[in-house]
Write a protein that binds this ligand. Structure first.
Ligand code: ADP
Length: 190
């Protein structure tokens, strides 16, 4: 199985690229952000729990992630692996993912980071706010999400860098060009 983590700051294009990678390599796409937004929309108990956290740009507590993830993985059809999008976001989550995969005799195959600078991220997210109206795309919340990313998520680069599963690609350019760069890195590993 190929278990792929697409990593990067908010607004780096993880969602767009993950869908394409999943399609091309026949992987199950798991976006924790999408799962939360669906639960908020449907007003489930999980949705009610996480709504205000997400609207502030904070991270949902790690314990909740594990449940969601195992559930999503259990429900996956038989494919060639997973694309994790927006997960893991903390070192604790990375350890949890490792344990979940180990239970299935699996491991993380590749972590790929999309590199996009803060100015570009802010520009993109403000533009997305106009188009999609996401509640967490206001300037204040965007700045908080970038701060949270730098403090809690960025350390994962070192975490995965240590065991040789980490690579990065430039996240600025056309969607097709970035997708091709991602595929090149994946193909080099397969
Ligand atoms: P972004 O475009 O900011 O990367 P996502 O759609 O991945 O956004 O996630 C939106 C929000 O959902 C995050 O800001 C966070 O509050 C919550 N969230 C998503 N994934 C996780 C996670 N793995 N751990 C904690 N919170 C998460």
């Amino acid at each position: 199985m190929f278990n792929f983590i697409l990593f990067g700051p908010p607004g780096s294009g993880k969602g767009t690229q993950s869908v394409r990678v999943a399609e091309k390599y026949n992987l199950t796409h798991i976006s924790t952000g999408d799962i939360f937004r669906r639960n908020i929309r449907e007003k489930t108990s999980l949705g009610l729990k996480v709504k205000s956290i997400i609207e502030k740009g904070e991270l949902v507590p790690d314990e909740l992630l594990i449940e969601i993830l195992e559930d999503a993985m259990d429900r996956a059809e038989d494919r060639h692996g997973f694309v994790f999008d927006g997960f893991p976001r903390t070192v604790q989550q990375a350890n949890d993912l490792k344990a979940i995969l180990q239970k299935r005799n699996e491991h993380v195959s590749l972590v790929l980071a999309l590199e996009v600078n803060d100015d570009e991220i802010i520009k993109r997210l403000l533009k997305r706010a106009e188009v999609e109206g996401r509640k967490d795309d206001t300037r204040e919340v965007i700045e908080n999400r970038i701060r949270v990313y730098n403090n809690q998520t960025q350390p994962l680069i070192e975490y995965y860098g240590r065991n040789g599963t980490f690579a990065s690609v430039n996240g600025i350019g056309s969607i097709d060009a970035i997708f091709n760069a991602i595929c090149e890195k994946i193909d080099a590993r397969n």
